[in-house]
Design a protein around this ligand. Structure first.
Ligand code: NCD
Length: 311
């Protein structure tokens, strides 16, 4: 019997501190397989369905690589237009169909709550790979793994999250995970793109130190980790409004060196100008290592949720 808290992983809020620590530990054991140093057929005979109704490069390929490198197989749907959803099929019916083909699902969709809707229709586990401006729990877990690997610890850190905290689903999930740790969180965003109030309240309820500011300079003052995000163009009704915010924050090498040259710099990617390219060769630039950690982390989750490692 697995002690994983739920059949599905829809929200990071269901995970306890113990769950997070166990997932990260199992992810560490997956690193040699993710890094192509060792081979495994742990998930041989299992099939992952990746249902991606919104654009993705990293997340889908990362899930598929995780499955492939553990000896499993993958079937996939990409884009609404290539699926029966465009014909009017409900998510319920899609779920009922896909569970005949696959043992586990990773799904992305533009509507918050949509992944939960499909998950409710099926008996197999479903992972939320991004539901609109809702959540993205597997990204947040790989972010936690990255923080731990880069800094050696999560407790005690001052972490600045910067950019579109309103629509950015990765930061929504990440705040749930971080709220179990003793962190000092600085939320840097334009007023219009502030973190949803219930998320901030969640932090306050957990007695986590949390401040909000519009100033990137202010946010960087004491930060040991800075988590940059893209302004989520696809969530704006008015393109002119997006234009106003798209380059609100640009992290430059000069800023990093002036505040703390040892700062860990993260980004879920894709970046569209929020981090200048000359930062890439700084020791603390961790965003491509984040991608690498994502494969090990997703290997761990697939193995846990398919009952192939003890949890
Ligand atoms: C993020 C997403 O899709 O939410 N990307 C990702 O999964 N790595 C962030 C983004 O698109 O800005």
């Amino acid at each position: 019997m697995s002690n994983f808290p739920t059949k599905d992983l829809l929200s990071a809020s269901v995970l306890s501190k113990g769950d997070i620590e166990r997932i990260l530990k199992i992810a560490e054991t997956m690193a040699p397989y993710a890094n192509k140093e060792k081979q495994s057929d742990l998930l041989a005979g299992k099939v992952l369905a990746t249902l991606f109704y919104e654009p993705s490069t990293r997340t889908r390929l990362s899930f598929e690589t995780a499955m492939n490198r553990l000896g499993g197989r993958v079937i996939t749907v990409t884009g609404m237009e290539s699926s029966s959803l465009i014909k009017g099929e409900t998510l319920y019916d899609t779920g009922k169909v896909v569970e005949n083909f696959a043992d586990i699902v990773a799904m992305r969709h533009p509507t918050p709550g949509s992944v939960a809707e499909l998950a409710g229709a099926v008996k197999i586990p479903v992972l939320n790979a991004g539901d609109g401006a809702g959540e993205h729990p597997t990204q947040a877990l790989l972010d936690m793994l990255t923080i731990q690997k880069e800094r050696g610890t999560i407790d005690g850190l001052t972490i600045a999250m910067v950019g579109d905290l309103k629509f950015g689903r990765t930061v929504h999930s990440l705040t749930y995970l971080l709220s179990h740790f003793k962190v000092n969180l600085i939320l840097v965003s334009p007023d219009r793109l502030r973190m949803p109030a219930e998320q901030v309240q969640h932090f306050k309820d957990q007695k986590i130190q949390c401040t909000e500011t519009e100033s990137l300079e202010e946010g960087l003052k004491h930060a040991q980790v800075v988590y940059m995000t893209r302004v989520q163009k696809e969530r704006f009704d008015d393109p002119a409004e997006y234009e106003k915010y798209k380059h609100f924050y640009i992290l430059t090498r000069e800023m990093v060196e002036r505040h703390n040259a040892q700062m860990t710099i993260m980004h879920p990617l894709p970046r569209v100008g929020e981090i200048s390219l000359d930062i890439d060769d700084l020791a603390g630039a961790a965003y491509f290592r984040q991608v690498k950690n994502g494969v090990a982390l997703r290997m761990a989750l697939l193995a846990i949720m398919l009952g192939k490692v003890e949890f």
